[in-house]
Ligand binder design. Structure first.
Ligand SMILES: CC(C)(COP(=O)(O)OP(=O)(O)OC[C@H]1O[C@@H](n2cnc3c(N)ncnc32)[C@H](O)[C@@H]1OP(=O)(O)O)[C@@H](O)C(=O)NCCC(=O)NCCS
Length: 126
């Protein structure tokens, strides 16, 4: 979905394998109305990831997300990144942990238990 104000989306990446798009990594602003926040003013950068099922299980999502998180602190210094996934989504949960996200809270949304975590850049903002 294209946001109303394109400039406000922190990042959108296509995962390319041998000139074919196999997935996307997104960084959107988390809606203040939704549960799960680490900043009082909400609007955190939220990481999203999705790969074509035939590309799962080869570490491509992990590689792409790590690259996006590597890029992020220079683009938006000092900002945390949040992530929300259903706890039942084993693959997404394993990936979140591998990327260094830590649990903030769990809550019910869309009729399922959600895991909400945060990742903070190593270099603190000045
Ligand atoms: C979530 C999603 C991106 C995870 O994809 P994934 O391929 O499992 O994730 P990774 O890139 O971390 O790959 C991990 C797997 O690759 C394997 N792997 C194989 N070769 C590898 C390598 N060279 N390096 C790293 N991992 C490798 C790992 O062992 C692991 O396998 P396992 O899951 O059997 O333990 C994918 O399942 C997806 O697109 N789901 C639908 C969308 C979705 O649910 N998004 C999240 C909503 S918040």
């Amino acid at each position: 979905m294209v946001p109303e104000v394109p400039g406000r989306r922190p990042g959108l990446f296509v995962i390319d394998l041998d000139d074919t798009m196999i997935g996307m990594v997104t960084l959107d602003r988390r809606d203040a109305e939704r549960p799960g926040h680490v900043r009082p003013d909400a609007g955190e950068a939220e990481l999203g990831y999705m790969l074509l099922p035939e590309a799962w299980g080869r570490g491509y999502a992990a590689e792409a997300c790590a690259a996006a998180l590597d890029w992020f602190p220079d683009a938006l210094p000092g900002e945390p990144v949040v992530l929300c996934t259903r706890t039942a989504n084993d693959r997404a949960m394993r990936l979140a942990t591998k990327l260094g996200f830590t649990e903030v809270e769990r809550f019910e949304e869309y009729g399922a238990e959600q895991w909400f975590g945060v990742w903070r850049p190593l270099t603190p903002s000045r």
